[in-house]
Design a protein around this ligand. Structure first.
Ligand SMILES: [Zn+2]
Length: 157
């Protein structure tokens, strides 16, 4: 991270704080490490705005030492975990299990499903609220803002 990039970043953050009534575009934000813009960005889940730094997909994976892969539609990621779905014998219920974590249940496997996520390790999507003074907390992201974020690319064009 260069001093230039840090200064630019702080400028964007200060603008966000000053212009609370004005919508700050997701496109104005950039990765603290490589400066990528107009891409999906992630943040620390528990940092306040003045501590917040944002990471692009590539730099976020490096930081958290995780290797999720973008889904075909580019809206989410595969975590790398595959859930195996089983039909429980004698019932109509289904259950999923992760082979690495549990022993297989009784019954027959009916399908496998790649787990999807929008988090990179401990990093969560960085989505400003309407007031632009904070980012949405992970559990309360407004659906239309989430969709805007999902439609951003993973990598710079
Ligand atoms: Zn980056």
């Amino acid at each position: 991270m260069t001093i230039d990039r840090m200064e630019k970043y702080l400028e964007v953050m200060i603008t966000m704080i000053e212009k609370q009534s004005e919508r700050i575009n997701l496109q104005d934000l950039e990765c603290i490490v490589c400066g990528a813009k107009n891409v999906k960005l992630w943040r620390y889940f528990n940092h306040t705005l003045n501590q917040q730094v944002l990471y692009c997909f590539k730099c976020g994976c490096k930081l958290t030492n995780t290797k999720p892969t973008p889904t075909e539609d580019g809206k989410a990621m595969y975590s790398g975990v595959v859930a195996h779905w089983y039909k429980e014998p004698g019932t109509e219920s289904f259950c999923a299990f992760i082979p690495e974590q549990f022993t297989p249940p009784e019954g027959s496997e009916i399908k496998q499903e790649k787990e999807q996520t929008d988090t990179i390790g401990f990093l969560i999507p960085a989505i400003p609220t309407e007031k632009n003074n904070v980012f949405w907390s992970y559990s309360s992201i407004k659906e239309e803002d989430r969709i805007l974020w999902q439609n951003l690319p993973f990598f710079e064009a």
